[in-house]
Write a protein that binds this ligand. Structure first.
Ligand SMILES: [Zn+2]
Length: 121
């Protein structure tokens, strides 16, 4: 009796997923420029496409986030924060920044600059 309802619901969810997916793809920035921000202050800013593999320690009130750059990608390798959300988020995706709330840390792609857009166009 409820089968039609379920079918309708599943179709709706699939449609919604498609719409959201295409928005995310369209919004994907063309930049590989990344910044590490703490309390609204930019600590590090670099271009992942040309950055060497390395680890960066960022400290906040004695707690450390160890950030790793590998193969032109960036993630939080280890963190002293209680929730470990930043570690579990894995590699930085352009759709969502990596956030460590306890340590006031954000790792994000920066907005593409005008010059980059000109090259891409
Ligand atoms: Zn964290």
């Amino acid at each position: 009796m409820n089968q039609k309802k379920w079918l309708f619901l599943i179709c709706g969810v699939l449609l919604l997923a498609g719409v959201i997916g295409s928005i995310l793809v369209l919004r994907r920035p063309r930049t590989s420029q990344v910044e590490i921000v703490q309390d609204g202050r930019v600590l590090y800013s670099f271009d992942l496409s040309s950055e060497e593999d390395q680890t960066i320690d960022v400290e906040y009130e004695g707690r450390v986030n160890r950030i790793e750059i590998r193969d032109h990608q960036i993630h939080v390798l280890e963190a002293d924060c209680p929730d470990q959300v930043c570690v579990n988020m894995g590699w930085l995706d352009s759709a969502a920044p990596i956030v460590c709330l306890p340590n006031h840390l954000v790792i994000q792609f920066t907005e593409g600059s005008g010059s980059l857009d000109a090259v891409a166009g």
